[in-house]
Ligand binder design. Sequence first.
Ligand SMILES: [Zn+2]
Length: 269
Amino acid sequence: MVYHLKVAVDLPELPEVEAFKFYIEQSLLQEIKELDVRDRRFFVTSIKDFRKKLIGNLFESVDRRGKFLIVNLQLYSLKLIFHFGMTGNLSYIKTGTPEEKYVRIIFLFNNGYELRLIDQRRFGKLYLVESVSQVKTIRNMGPEPLEIGEKEFLEICDNHARRTAKSLLMDQSIIAGIGNMYSDEILYQADIRPDTKVMNLTRDEKTRILNKTKEILRKVIKADADLNKLKDFLLLYRKRGAKCPRCGGEVEILKMSNRTSYYCPRCQS
Ligand SMILES: [Zn+2]
């Protein structure tokens, strides 16, 4: 069996990290016999410590928080936390299978399989901690979008009324797991321009944003983050001059706080 790179997207967000869980799930309860490190910069603490605590250990279960993957280890009550940065990816594959490009770290298991951490641009991080709150971004993280109720979301909007709709969705300390790509998608499907100030949204529009957030994230998770399965999504049209899949108008670009937003001026007003 080959478990192999189904997710191929830059800047992994909540649905991609949810799909990465799959690779870890394949490796659960297999003893780690070796750690092959080709790049040390991923380790937040000493590599010696990682080796000591990981070799002989087992992945017991896996969770996700925002864009982080949290692997509970069987020994030492430790958690191994993955952050995938800009181009992080995983594959779980039989040892000896030809390698993908940019493999940085390999966890070799006793069953003859290995988990490869692949990362072209190397902004990914690996933490080994006793508690998730030791990772600052997680400690300060807002609620999981799939768990936010309407009342809570309206409060969030009130507390950040001066922000734009786009920056509200993207700020990890306000709502977890959503980045540039899915915030564009949510606002596209909710028919709201990304630069609309939260204070200028009606109550209906706010509710629509929340509902679309949940609907889109669930759909992408269900599609295993395979964007080609998502018809009528803006996701596939994030390039200059592309045509809006709903109205055929031209997709335009908006620069906001160093981020490029894609939107359809006809559908989103
Ligand atoms: Zn349109």
